[in-house]
Design a protein around this ligand. Structure first.
Ligand code: ADP
Length: 454
């Protein structure tokens, strides 16, 4: 059962993990697809502007300028440096006009793309057609960029959308001018986030819902499992508790009906007494089970005001008489508080006696009962301390649950139904009070009852 339950939980968690994986993969694919579509649309928009007549005429300006400079500067070595600086000058002159045309062209598109554009020279080579010697006038090295058109931005941020080569025969030279076009979509992450926000929110909600559902199901399953265990324990315990009085009863009736008892009044009286005692024991057991079915709302209190010191002292005086062993010491530190307790005497006595009985049952030989006032919480405070086997912290909350018994300890040594503390808690709750325990395994326990001052 335990293994099957564990297996079920592991399978559910693994299924959830697989679902998350698949969902993540689908979202990633959607992201990639959206990115591709968006890039494609932006590229198309740029291409439309770039291939327009206005841009074409701008392009011709710098080409013509470059060619005419080439004719004069190409022959000398310094001329080549001039060529590049002239090229930069041409760009500085025509770029503002180009940017105006570019931005106006983009604005005309259906979708409003915020895309930066740049055309850079990647290499310029001149080959002497007579000698066949090739001279590299410029070669981009990645850090130094020769912008022909557009805005400067880091190439790594941008996306290469086109490489082009311009060739020309100018006099004795053959020109090979290579350039690249880059675009950079501004606020790329924000655009994608906006596009994917719907699907992200939806899948997060779905994820939370599935996790919640799983959590709820596992909790429920655990509760059911615990209930089933408690039920089995209870049946075992009550069977165990019933066995002794029943077999004693059967023995006593056998004695009573035997020939031997008929002529002997002493034996007959002894057997009748045993029957009476066992009858009482059975009655007590049944009462305990019946009482414990009451929740604190169903407990009908008939409250009265009484002196706490007198009440507890009397209760302990009576209790001492019922303790079977003289080895048990009962200490008391009962204060005269001057404030009356408002409670039901009968129920409050039952609660205190239950705790005292447990203290002795679970190994206590030295018991101390305190009574006083807790000014901070304005309540009467009764503590019952024992030096018994103690309760390890992990059980301290659960021992007040119905039918709960700590199974770690040998249950044959400590008989019970797991109802005493549950019923005690119901009584204290019905008074608006609280009950708690402080304990360590093998170090005894301290049960504290707080009843509000009204
Ligand atoms: P029962 O005594 O019939 O088992 P209770 O509801 O009275 O049921 O107690 C629940 C469990 O709490 C017990 O099974 C026992 O393990 C633990 N317990 C209660 N009182 C004490 C105590 N004074 N010292 C150690 N363990 C205790």
């Amino acid at each position: 059962m335990h293994l099957r339950f564990k297996g079920l939980v592991i399978i559910s968690i693994a299924t959830l993990a697989a679902l998350i994986g698949i969902q993540g993969y689908l979202i990633y694919n959607t992201y990639e697809l959206k990115k591709k579509t968006y890039t494609f649309d932006a590229r198309t928009a740029i291409a439309k502007v770039y291939n327009s007549k206005e841009v074409d005429s701008v392009m011709w300006i710098y080409r013509n300028n470059f060619l005419s400079n080439l004719k004069t500067d190409a022959k000398s070595p310094e001329g080549k440096i001039h060529l590049l600086s002239d090229l930069r000058k041409t760009t500085a002159t025509i770029n503002p006009g180009f940017l105006t045309i570019y931005k106006a062209g983009l604005a005309k598109q259906e979708e409003n793309f915020d895309v930066r554009f740049k055309k850079i020279a990647t290499s310029i080579e001149l080959t002497d057609t007579l000698t066949g010697k090739t001279d590299t006038i410029y070669r981009s090295n990645g850090t130094d960029t020769l912008i022909l058109l557009g805005e400067d931005f880091n190439v790594n941020e941008g996306l290469l959308i086109n490489n082009s080569t311009w060739q020309d025969h100018t006099g004795p030279f053959k020109l090979v001018f290579k350039s690249s076009v880059f675009m950079d979509i501004e606020g790329w992450d924000k655009v994608m986030l906006r596009e994917l926000s719907g699907i992200l929110v939806l899948s997060s909600l779905l994820f939370l819902f599935v996790v919640g559902l799983l959590y709820y199901s596992i909790q429920n399953l655990m509760k059911q499992k615990r209930l089933a265990e408690i039920k089995t324990d209870f049946i075992n315990n009550i069977t165990h508790e019933l066995k002794t009085p029943l077999s004693t009863l059967s023995l006593a009736t056998n004695t009573l009906t035997s020939e031997h008892a008929k002529g002997n009044k002493e034996i007959a009286d002894g057997a009748v007494k045993i029957i009476e005692r066992q009858n009482m024991r059975l009655q007590k057991l049944i009462d305990q089970v019946l009482q414990s079915s009451l929740g604190y709302q169903q407990i009908q209190l008939s409250k009265e005001h009484f002196n706490g010191k007198i009440f507890i002292n009397e209760l302990l005086d009576d209790y001492i008489l019922t303790i079977p062993s003289s080895e048990i010491i009962l200490n008391r530190k009962i204060e005269s508080t001057g404030i009356a307790i408002e409670a039901d005497r009968f129920y409050l006595s039952t609660a205190i006696i239950n705790i005292l009985n447990n203290a002795i049952k679970y190994g206590g030989t030295k018991l101390t009962v305190n009574y006083g006032i807790d000014n901070e919480n304005s309540s009467h405070i009764i503590t019952i301390q024992d030096n018994g086997i103690g309760i390890s912290p992990k059980y301290q909350k659960i021992i007040f649950a119905k039918f709960y018994r700590i199974s770690e300890k040998d249950t044959h040594n400590y008989k019970g139904l797991g109802l005493g503390l549950y019923y005690t808690k119901q009584i204290i709750n019905a008074h608006g009070g609280i009950i708690s325990v402080e304990s360590q395994a093998n170090r005894g326990s301290v049960f504290t009852i707080k009843i509000p001052i009204v």
